[in-house]
Ligand binder design. Structure first.
Ligand code: DOR
Ligand code: ZN
Length: 360
């Protein structure tokens, strides 16, 4: 067998990225391109969250100043501050590509989130998204209402899945993403909702999968706050189903890194550690490694480029170069830092096999 030593990935897309603000944003934003990603879908969970056109336009400008050749797709944070009129206006000027829904209290900066047990108040927003062909991005974890609900971090995603099915049946043409799938149940739910899918059909319900959930399991974060994120990594069997879905070449599973940097201090607090794993700078290298190990390198481009670009119907991209991966060993640095902030990257110190190159 001939060993593959380079792979052309084209206009790569990471459809779930946290870039923050201030010094963290300055440090992290350029690492999107350094990590081999041309198109990035940016999460709105700033403090306060992004719910206005002015804010989203201003934020995009700041990101573009830091990385002029990255294409940033922007989003609003689902909350009572949104209205159908605002969605229509934002869609008209191309200010956003979607709206992110956070159940209140389940993760970082989700205090302004919503109660997914009753979405009816947001149905007019979902109608506006559907009418404008925008995306509803969902953090799919059910928050417990009371102790007797028996909802916890290991089953919160599974408990959310009936809500996803209901949303899809109420809005069959709304493009919905179950973000960062972590369980066999989530993979099976996405498969079931795409049961009649035939080549060339438009995908309406998709699941994104991160780089870290392709390797982590519960043992990796219980005891190591660097590997703690939401939803948490589950059991080895869940991880294996994620790997199978990601490497399947199916257009309804694509890459969303959920790269979520936190200052190192936030990962070592006695008051509770921050949820989020920073993968951006080596995002594609981590993923390529998993595809190679599973003899599925031929499906890597579908996962990190074609499926996401096609789901979002991305038209204009700012970068004319193509991303390539070349076989060339290197070690992940122990930290990524500026004089103001230090972040510990995923797999710090480990050796990776695939390096990013941008070519004409
Ligand atoms: O682990 C996570 N970190 N999950 C999220 O949903 C949010 C993210 C963050 O913003 O840090
Ligand atoms: Zn996220």
């Amino acid at each position: 067998m001939i060993e593959i030593t380079e792979i052309e990935l084209g206009v790569t897309a990471d459809m779930h990225v946290h870039l923050r603000e201030g010094k963290m944003m300055e440090l992290i934003t350029p690492t999107v391109r350094e990590g081999g990603v041309a198109v990035a879908y940016i999460m709105p969970n700033l403090v306060p969250p992004i719910t206005t056109i002015d804010k989203v336009v201003e934020y995009k400008k700041q990101l573009e100043a830091l990385s002029p050749t990255t294409t940033f797709l922007m989003s609003f944070y689902l909350s009572k501050d949104l209205s159908p009129e605002l969605i229509n206006e934002a869609a008209k000027i191309g200010a956003i590509q979607g709206v992110k829904c956070y159940p209140a209290g389940v993760t970082t900066n989700s205090a302004h989130g919503v109660d997914p047990n009753d979405f009816t108040a947001f149905y007019p927003i979902f109608e506006a998204l559907e009418a404008n062909n925008l995306v509803l991005n969902i953090h799919g974890e059910s928050p417990p209402k009371k102790d007797s609900d028996d909802i916890h971090i290991l089953n919160a995603e599974s408990k959310f899945l009936p809500i996803l099915s209901k949303l899809h049946s109420d809005f069959p043409n709304l493009k919905i993403i179950l973000e960062h799938c972590t369980s066999q149940d989530a993979v099976e739910a996405i498969e079931k909702l795409n049961a009649g899918y035939k080549d060339g059909d438009k995908v309406t319900v998709a699941g994104t999968i991160t780089a870290h959930h392709l390797s982590l399991t519960i043992d990796s974060w219980a005891g190591n706050p660097i590997n703690f994120c939401k939803p948490v990594a589950k059991f080895p069997s869940d991880r294996n189903h994620l790997v199978k879905a990601a490497t399947s070449g199916k257009p309804y599973f694509f890459f969303g890194s959920d790269s979520a940097p936190h200052p190192i201090e936030g990962k070592a607090r006695h008051t509770g550690v921050c949820a989020g794993i920073y993968t951006q700078k080596y995002a594609l290298s981590y993923v390529a490694e998993v595809f190679e190990k599973n003899n599925k390198l031929e499906n890597l481009k579908t996962f990190v480029t074609d499926a996401g670009v096609s789901f979002y119907e991305v038209k204009d991209v700012k970068c004319s170069d193509k991303c390539w991966l070349v076989k060339d060993k290197f070690n992940v640095p122990e930290v990524i830092s500026s004089k103001d902030v230090t972040v510990v990257p995923f797999k710090a110190g480990d050796e990776l096999q695939w390096k990013v190159e941008w070519r004409k």
